[in-house]
Design a protein around this ligand. Structure first.
Ligand code: ADP
Ligand code: MG
Length: 161
């Protein structure tokens, strides 16, 4: 993966118009020939909304609406983690079509600390995000360390029935 364009100058506006037409402002990053949409977003809680919109829009274009609910849940948790646990001003959100029925959701951030699945106790309010991602993706998630930080990804597969 090439280095993401994290510089503020290449980021889209903080509250982008995001609908099917608005996907045009999300950079298509098909460096491996597969369809993908990516956006740099400010590392603030409100950006989760834009990440969900990007996700829904991409899935709609690809006819993969069958995993939309799960995808929105997963991207919300990955964004929440990047906002809470990472550093610097921007994150990069990507929605990639890995295969005909498989979509990869990813959030890259500037922290080299890797996500750790925790066993939250019944009384704990935090520490469940990755457990949700683990459950929804049947364990198909991970983190790719990079020189500048890492990319956390999760795959969802739509059933072909
Ligand atoms: N993007 C990230 N950068 C650094 N650390 C992370 C990131 N995402 C998750 N982590 C680590 O993994 C732990 C578990 O994440 P999670 O299950 O979402 O719980 P919570 O976010 O409530 O702490 C976090 O407490 C944090 O230590
Ligand atoms: Mg979390």
């Amino acid at each position: 993966m090439p280095e993401p364009a994290f510089a503020a100058g290449t980021a889209t506006s903080a509250r982008p118009l995001m609908n099917r037409v608005g996907l045009a402002i999300a950079e298509a990053t098909a460096d491996d020939g597969r369809p993908a949409y990516s956006m740099s977003l400010p590392r603030i809680a409100e950006s989760a909304c834009d990440a969900r919109l990007l996700t829904s829009s991409a899935l709609g274009v690809w006819g993969l609406g069958g995993v939309e609910d799960e995808a929105r849940l997963v991207i919300t948790e990955l964004m929440s983690n990047a906002v809470t646990h990472a550093r610097r001003d921007y994150v990069r959100v990507s929605v990639m079509r890995r295969d005909l029925l498989v979509v990869r959701l990813a959030v890259a951030d500037f922290s080299r600390d890797l996500p750790r699945l925790r066993a939250a106790g019944a009384e704990e309010e935090r520490g469940r995000g990755l457990a949700i991602v683990e459950a929804v993706t049947a364990g198909r998630w991970g983190a790719e360390p990079r020189r500048w930080g890492k990319q956390v990804w999760a795959d969802l597969e739509m059933s072909d029935e």
